[in-house]
Write a protein that binds this ligand. Sequence first.
Ligand code: ADP
Length: 233
Amino acid sequence: MLNEDGTRMDGRRPDELRKIEIEAGVVPVADGSARVQWGTNLAIAAVYGPMEAHPRKISRQDRCVLDVRYNMAPFSVTDRIRPGFNRRSREIGKVTANALESVVQLELYPRSKIRVEIEIMCAEAGTRCVGLTAASVALADAGIPMTDMVVSVASGRVNGVVVLDLNKEEDNYGDADLPMGILPNSGELVFLQMDGDLSPEDFQEAWDYNMGAAKEIHEIMVAALAARYGGDA
Ligand code: ADP
């Protein structure tokens, strides 16, 4: 999985991200939207609302609720995925909602809901991170007040070496994966999952890689909003 000179199969250094391109405002009928191309991953996020919370039972007197859905398109991987939600997509929708609830100023919109739809068009590992990052930009594009934008990125371990932003082969054959959701301005953590085992030292290295990368990705997110709205967004 690693070349003799320490680079990875796709030529990246251990601490190097895949290429990331972000565009805001790609779904004209939505209140906010974003497209994130991250390596060969492609995600679109669309935001609708705030709107009245329906069905009534989900409504909260004192705050807005986030209705987040993550879905992989049937054609997003080589084996066709059965359309519709499954355990994995529900879980990712839920952890994404939890992360976004940490930043969206929900108390400003009592009895309301904001619908966040994340569609993975092409999947090549790390799609929960790509989707969460896309949703943050889409929420900002919709003008939803937030204390910060969540940036999500994963590091892991491949052949005993900690590497940033696993690709498909590294995700499949690697030993561990640590996706995180980070608030780049404060360094706070709003989402963390761990697949596999990492020693305390490897965990620290993966953590540091994610923290550093979050700053880099945040700049791309801000630039996408600035490209649409001008100025510093
Ligand atoms: P993440 O995409 O966040 O890394 P996983 O670790 O669950 O989430 O999935 C890793 C990769 O495996 C995905 O990005 C996708 O390429 C592939 N994958 C996930 N679910 C399926 C599925 N049902 N069928 C085929 N490939 C899948």
